[in-house]
Design a protein around this ligand. Sequence first.
Ligand code: EPZ
Length: 422
Amino acid sequence: MQYLKIEGEAKLSGEVKISGAKNAALPLIALTILSKHSVKITNLPDVTDIKTLITLLSNLGAKTELLNAHEAQIDTNSINSTKANYDIVRKMRASILVLGPLLSRYGHCEVSLPGGCAIGARPIDLHLNALEKMGAKIEIKQGYVVVTAPKGGLKGANISFDKITVTGTENIVMAAALANGTTRLLNAAKEPEVTALCEIINASGVKIEGIGTDELIIHGSGGKLLELEHIQVIPDRIEAGTYLCAGAITNSKITITNCEPKHLGSVLAKFEDMGFGFDINEDKITIKPAKQIKAVEIITTEYPGFPTDMQAQFMAVACVAKGTSVIDERLFENRFMHVSELLRMGAEIKLNGHIATVTGANLTGADVMATDLRASSALVLAALVAKGQTSVHRIYHLDRGYENLEGKLTSLGAKIQRLDEK
Ligand code: EPZ
């Protein structure tokens, strides 16, 4: 196991390149299951979740090759199993994304129930109810969900999600792509990663109407595979927001490149509320220091609202703002795992259910433990500004979704080392 040793009171400068989006790449890797051809995927982030899902496809019989850290060639025509086993799925909930495509192409799929994770129960009832409406038979057997499509394949259906679900929307869009007839999906997620998936499917022979809205109409191909040969992954808006938080918490001027500013509207608005300024052009954002970092009010909600995946990082910035911030986490029931660790660094945070009240304070370095991907990045941010040295342990959480975090922060002037636990 490794940990990060971070010197505090950092001042940052320079620029950092944003990687491809993990949460866009994962559904796109699953989408290769529907492709008639071998697919080349470019701008992949070099993170463990991507390798985990590619390994899962390889275990099902697909031919997979990592051409380099950011490109993969995947040919799923050799798939000879539709059972995604527990040892991979337990590592990553997003493995559930193979359910829709496997069912749609092969008429059958067994996926281990993902189980909960640090931030909540993470059920998949919305995914399964929607597939049942498309004619699928669902059974739960020894911790696996076993799904079987009707003889002639899934049928298009009218589906309305009771809650907005990102991977639920992605799963159903991929299931509907090869179904017989039209599927209308209401209350669909509108995250940029969902829109990117729909645009690629729409360009590969399956017409989708309403892309980018909460009502998607998918005209199923009746089993005809997608004409798909190359996929380019969009930039990671959460990684981008995290580095902007590194600039904000150290009150430094830094630039992020290879990003998509239009995916960060609600995040930039909250930075402005806190007193920060920006220079923005097509794929670059420069954050400029605030005269005084001001407290902020945040409610997490689905896109285009403030993203839950940025909540922990903004809480770290709020820990050094002047005044009292209020952060209301509306999506996940337990996404405050970073609070106890921030308290150990001298933060002043009070929790009342899903609402955190944060009063600005001076942070001091400490030994802290990462618990989930975004909580870990919040601890790194706090360590950059704390007085003294911080060690962040269990950083395998970070490696799931941040490519070369210590290398990128070092290039901005941070003093950060990756070391082996004794
Ligand atoms: C996606 O998770 C992201 N992961 C998460 O990012 C992100 O936090 C989340 O969307 C919300 O934006 C990927 O895209 C791989 P949901 P997902 O289904 O799809 C409830 C990160 O840090 N729900 O949109 O699993 C659920 O419990 C990760 O990169 C049901 O009740 O999230 C939650 O309260 C963490 N039943 C809410 O909906 C279901 O069947 C939103 O969950 C499905 C979801």
